[in-house]
Design a protein around this ligand. Sequence first.
Ligand code: ADP
Length: 526
Amino acid sequence: MNKFDILKKYFGYSQFREGQETLIDAVLSGRDALGIMPTGAGKSLCYQVPALLLPGITIVISPLISLMKDQVQTLNQAGIHAAYINSSLTENQIAKALQLAAKGTYKIIYAAPERLETYVFLEFAKQAEISMLTVDEAHCISQWGQDFRPSYLKIVRFLQQLERRPIVSAFTATATEHVREDIVCVLGLRQPELLITGFDRGNLYFAVETPKQKDRFVLDYIKAHPAESGIIYCSTRKNVDALFEKMQDLAIPSAKYHAGMGQEERRQSQEDFVYDRCPVMTATNAFGMGIDKSNVRYVIHYNMPQSLENYYQEAGRAGRDGETAECILLYSPQDVMINQFLLESKEQNPEFTEEELAAIREKDTERLRIMNYYCLSANCLRAYILNYFGEQSRGDCQNCGNCRKEFEETDVTAQAEKIISCVREMRGRYGINVAAGTLAGADRAKLREYGMTSYSSYGSLAELGEQRIKQIINQMLMEGYLTVTPDKYALLRLTGKSDEIAQGMGKVVVREVKGGLSSLPEKPAS
Ligand code: ADP
């Protein structure tokens, strides 16, 4: 049998989806593989098909007991011998399953990472022929991931104890560069076939708007899209309640959802939305998990979310049916502050040490910054998202707010050079506001107190004004000519790329909507 026979016989499909074959072929030729695909893309098949073609057993590490049960059940129904070993079984049941496994009864064995360290499991694994070890939800191994699980590190120790290293394949839907690098590095993947695919949702239109009155924008939008189903995401319960009330006043049939509501009330609300009794849902991010409503025509974010991962997941609830849908983010610079506050007051797992907590906070801040840059970017929004998730994109999707606008470009490299001189003089002690004030030569007590007035860069960009200077600094941050410390102070620092400007190797360009106001909001974020 070959891979096509297996696909047909056990899974009932006649074609592979994008990317599946590449990963399957790599594994079958003995290579390690890392597959990064969004949820629903069909990752399981990428290890299940080769598992049936490889001579020995495939062990699949999975973090969720419920997921393992489902998978094994489905496989068994398809006539594939598979089993799971986790804490839902008694010691006796585990011993029995491993006995059968040792006899070669199963081709695929699912196990929780904790299991790998136990004596019985290790003894079994040392004696059995293990062809492949597959790590599902592989982002759990990375401290950069949102669901870091220390128990995933046991996989590495487990592998080291096997006499013969099996092929290692790993799968995840989280694809940021840091996570990707961590997976390869921590798991010790050897020249893996790396495949990132399927993140693009071509039917979704992306836009960032900066309306003066967000309520007005939302209500007008709903009125202009009558009878369409949509979700309005707000960052706080208070915002949800207030917006919901306004909709009630205007007799817009809407539902609301947040964690402050009772269980029954939430269930009712969700049902009203899913069954189209209330086409509009106003909610916090507590809403949406596991909800399968295919005809959502728009998702509006009343506030900027805390990360691009969150944004894409929430916005991605639009247009599941493949028809066109809109994802609009209403940006205001205060959202950065509110989110920073929310992150700082977030309840943390008490098991983490102070050091680990600091690292998590740093990463949260970094994710928030990347989200903020999305809102400030004047380039293709789809490309921004896809690049963040590691997928290549041409950058001219023609189906996002920025691609549809006409921009004017201004070369500001000369100004960028002066900004770099100022940042150098500040020696990492100040943020964007002080820098802009200094360069503009602002007459402020604070600047005098800090001694900025004696800087050679003081007033060196006086002709521009602070807003414009901040705009250029933001552009430089986005392009990596400058960076900021990963804390709430966001102190400006030079980068390895900063010198390129003075050496004539770099170029900074700002893009602005033609004939209109700057695409950047009044008050750039810190
Ligand atoms: P993921 O793990 O990436 O979230 P799954 O492996 O659960 O996704 O697959 C999602 C769905 O797609 C499943 O119902 C699966 O049977 C289906 N699927 C996978 N590969 C194919 C294929 N080649 N053709 C048709 N359907 C497929």
